[in-house]
Write a protein that binds this ligand. Sequence first.
Ligand code: SF4
Ligand code: FE
Length: 475
Amino acid sequence: MKSREEYIDSLRRLNLEVYMFGERITDIVDHPMVVPSMNAVAATYELAHGDIMTATSHLTGARINRFTHIHRSTEDLVKKSRMERLMGAYTGTCFQRCAGMDALNTLSVVTYDIDRVYGSRYHERFLKFLQYVQEQDLVCDAAMTDAKGDRRLRPAQQADPDMYTHVVNEGSDGIVVRGAKLHQTGALNSHEIIVVPTRAMREEDRDYAISFAVPSDTKGVIYIYGRQPSDTRKLEEKTYDVGNLFYGGHECLVVFDDVFVPWQRVFMCREHEFAADLVERFASYHRQSYACKAGMGDVLIGAAQLIAEYNGIADVPHVRDKIVEMSHLNETIFCCSLACAYEGAPEPSGTYYVNSLMANIAKLHVTRIPYELARMSHEIAGGAVVTAPAEKDLRNPRIGKYVEKYMKGVADVPAETRMRVLRLIEGLTMGMGAACYLPESMHGAGSPQAQRIMIGRQANLAAKKKAARRLCGID
Ligand code: SF4
Ligand code: FE
C-alpha cells in the first residue's frame, strides 16, 4: 500500500489538463484550491491500517486498502459502512474515494453477468485492471453523470449527440469516446477514471451503453474545476475563516474530447440491456456509502454542542433536546447503511451486493437529515454563524481588543475559540464544506426522486396487500 507521501508524489507525476477561473493551471498538487481536497483523499492512505480500512485481496491474498477491495462477505459490506463513517468524522468532508470503490464492485458483478450471456471476456479484462488498481493502490474516479441535455429526451434523441458519453469510432485496437461527465468528485486527485453509463439504455442508444477505464491524464481528457461557496477563502493566507482547517472536496466537469480507449480497458460496449442493471447496482452500492454523511454529522453535532457550551446555553432544555434530536437523526443514516450491508447477499460472481431497497432508504434519509441538522445547528449557534468578523480583524492591533471583548460568550472561553467553531459550522452548512454536506447529500448517488422510483419498485406491495387481505378475510 502507498503511504500518504507516495500518494502525493504519484499525483505529481500526472500530467492533467486542468482549468480553473478561466485559466490553465499546472501546479495542481500545490494549488491552494486543490490542497484541502487532496488532503482528504490522502487521509485514506494515512489511516490504512487495521481491519476497517484494509482488507485481503481475493485476487492476490495481499493486504490492500479497502477502497480497492471487492466485498466478499457480509462482514466486508459492514466494514465498508464503518469505514465511511470513520472517514467522514475524521475529515469532516467528502474524501472522494468511495465512488471508485463502488464502481469496481459494480463492474465485478456486471462484467461477469454480461460474459454469461454473451460469452465475452469483459470479466477477465476487468480483473486484470482491478489487480493493477489494488497493487498500485490507486484512486479511481467513477464517472457516471452525463450532461444529459434535454431531460425529456433519450441519449439517441438529443439534438447534440454528445449529451451522453458515447462511442464515436471503433477499430481493432480499441474505441474512441466523446462526451462529458459532470460533478466529478475528486477528479484531480484520481489516477484512473472509470466511466459507466448514467441511465438505462434502449437498442437505439447502444453506442451510449459503454464502460471503460482510462488513466486520468489520458490525452483528450480535460478538467474544468467547479466553484463552491466561499471557495476563495482558500486563497487567503492561512486563516481559520475557512472553517475546516485541513480538508475539503472538489468537483470537476470532465470532458472526453475523442479519447482513445484500448479494448483491454473496455468493460461494456453496446450491451444496452445491461446498462440499467449496472446503474442500479452502482447506485445501491454508492447509496450505502453515504454513511460518510453520518461521519460529517458527527462533526456538526460536536460543533453544535461546543457552541452551545461557549454560548452558555448547553443546559437549556430545548437545546439539550435538539442535540438529542440531531443524534437520533444522524444515527438513522448509519442504521440504514448498516442494515443494507447486513442484508447483503452474494452475486454469481462471488461479490457481495447490498440490499438495494435498504440502500435506497438510507440515501433518501440522507437527502433530508443533513438539512435538518444544519437548521438545528444554526438555531443553536445564533446569528454570529454568518456575521462574525474575520480572523484578520481579531489580529488587528486597533480593533482586535473589541473583537475579543464582544465576540465572547461565557467568560472563560476566548472569543477566538468561539469564532473557530462558528466558522466550522458556517463552512459545513453554508461554505465550501456545505457543498459536500448538503447539496451532495441531496444529489450525490442520485437525487431523491431516483431513490423513490427504486423504493416504489422494490417495496413488494403484492406481499403487503396479501397480508392485509388475509387479516380482514378478503382471501
Ligand atoms: Fe464518498 Fe461520501 Fe464523498 Fe460520495 S459523498 S465520495 S460516499 S465521501
Ligand atoms: Fe458523492
